[in-house]
Write a protein that binds this ligand. Structure first.
Ligand code: HEM
Length: 474
């Protein structure tokens, strides 16, 4: 097992059997606990939880050495097991949602943002619902060429149910299950029939979630009514000599994980944006001044404005840094025994990079807990400063499992941030006595972290801004 008798990386002393459970109390975000341990033991720490090795890396150097360069550490628990099929799905995904592809979807993103603005105008109190609908709408259109309906869309409903079912299935276990979401699918690990029932339900739902829209595309193709979308171009790309059923299965999975991987994550980032705008009105004013100067009052911003909106770009970066969507990225598993800096890294260890700590390093980001987009700008404030570490380096995970949807996510953020700030003022909501309802910048714990629900007021900036929302063409 450990032929060289090397020591494990340092960390708090484990108890027999239980290991370090008492070092990971509930109620404190895990990334904070790991941050405190890293300050004591260094940038590579080891814990033992019920006999399982957990290794947490807290410097870009250790992360790059282990999660990016070592082959043995490729297995991530994200969505699929590492292997030949994952490689093919990932490649297919990359060819369509990759960094150099997403400009093809700018029009869809703009169209979806406009529909989002209209929904907010109608029912601002349903903001959280609208953020979910927005992502569902754009991903269904891009992936399957399906136009979802405004209320109770069957595809969105189904996908949302699936995601909610997975989330519920994860909850009863808390703790280990939160840490290692896939443990919940290993029945022996988990006592409690309800949980297993939930997991089965989630599995059935996810089957439908991937198959139903896929079949819509296939039926359209069969009837000669092709609508351009990712799935149809993937289908077209199948070489005539390939095993068709197998190739279609790869496509079905690549398309299905776009919704699954992108939904909760993008929604969390959008909600952090609204939270920041309530808490930092001066940021909002500065952004609006930039938009007024560059875009002007007669139209909505588009992607062609992006290079001229450095402050808006800085806001999107700060949204991803300030309240991380996945503070510990997604855990990876080692597939081999390994050695690093003289330490033994056992096969089957869970390895995590503490993205939160990297993106809250005060040496890189002064006042790390404050929302300060200007930290990304050059001293004269006119452009982005390339010397400041881009949060994308750490907030989308690491190595060859790094989020393949990151360009799509950043486009969605840019589109919403620019258009919302151009047309709305976001502020504290008032109680019936006219007092501001306090808002705390608190987030939930778990693999995906959300701002805790908060109240806010969203009103059009002016009558002409409202007219712009109502009368712009889709
Ligand atoms: C702000 C939004 C997002 C964040 C913060 C985020 C974050 C992440 C992270 C941390 C991982 C795990 C990487 C690793 O294993 O090290 C991941 C994986 C993944 N993400 Fe994202 N993501 C976001 C949006 C999206 C979107 C919009 C899509 C789809 C269009 C997407 C699709 C995926 C997929 C398919 C994987 C699995 C990749 C694999 O296992 O090889 N994500 N994401």
């Amino acid at each position: 097992e450990n032929p060289g008798r090397l020591p494990l990386p340092p960390g708090p002393a484990p108890l027999p059997i239980l290991g370090n459970i008492r070092d990971l109390p509930l109620g404190v975000p895990q990334y904070e606990l790991y941050e405190a341990m890293a300050q004591k033991y260094g940038d590579i720490i080891h814990l033992n939880v019920l006999g399982k090795s957990i290794i947490v890396l807290s410097s870009l150097e250790a992360i790059s050495d282990l999660l990016e360069k070592r082959m043995g550490m490729g297995w991530s628990l994200a969505i699929m097991e590492y292997g030949e099929q994952w490689r093919r799905v990932r490649k297919a995904f990359h060819q369509h949602y990759g960094v150099h592809e997403t400009h093809k979807y700018y029009d869809v993103q703009d169209e979806c943002t406009l529909s989002f603005l209209r929904r907010i105008l109608r029912t601002p109190e349903d903001l959280f619902l609208h953020t979910r609908h927005l992502f569902g709408k754009s991903i269904m259109k891009v992936t399957y060429g399906i136009d979802v309906v405004e209320e109770n869309d069957p595809f969105v409903y189904h996908a949302e149910q699936t995601i909610a079912a997975f989330n519920t299935a994860a909850r009863p276990g808390r703790y280990l299950v939160d840490l290692i979401p896939f443990l919940k699918y290993i029945p022996a690990w988990f006592p409690g029939a309800q949980f297993q029932k939930d997991a089965l339900f989630a599995k059935d739902m996810s089957h439908k979630m991937a198959n139903d829209p896929f079949n819509v595309v296939k039926t359209r193709e069969a009837n000669g009514q092709t609508v351009p979308c990712v799935v149809s171009s993937m289908l077209e790309g199948i070489p005539p000599t390939a095993a068709r059923a197998e190739e279609e299965d790869v496509i079905l999975k690549a398309a299905g994980i776009a919704y699954a991987g992108g939904s909760d994550t993008t929604v969390s980032a959008l909600q952090s944006f609204f939270l920041a705008m309530v808490l930092y009105p001066s940021v909002q004013r500065r952004a609006q001044a930039e938009l007024d100067a560059v875009v002007g009052p007669h139209r909505l911003p588009t992607f062609s404005d992006l290079p001229y909106l450095p402050y808006i770009q800085a806001i999107t970066k700060e949204c991803l840094r300030w309240k991380l969507v996945t503070p510990l990225a997604v855990p990876h598993l080692t597939t081999e025994n390994d050695e690093y800096r003289g330490y033994f890294i056992p096969k089957g260890a869970i390895v995590m990079g503490n993205s939160y700590m990297i993106l809250h390093d005060p040496a890189v980001y002064p006042d790390p807990h404050e929302f300060k987009p200007e930290r990304f700008l050059s001293p004269d404030g006119t452009q982005l400063n390339p010397d400041v570490l881009d949060p994308a380096t750490a907030c989308f995970g690491f190595g060859r499992r790094m989020c393949p949807g990151r360009a799509f996510a950043q486009d969605s953020l840019f589109s919403v941030v620019s258009s919302v700030l151009h047309t709305f003022n976001i502020a504290h909501a008032l109680d019936p006595m006219g007092n501001q309802i306090p808002v705390m910048p608190d987030v939930t714990d778990g693999l995906i972290s959300y701002p805790k629900p908060f109240a806010c007021s969203i009103k059009p900036r002016s009558a002409s801004a409202e007219a712009l929302i109502r009368h712009s063409d889709e």
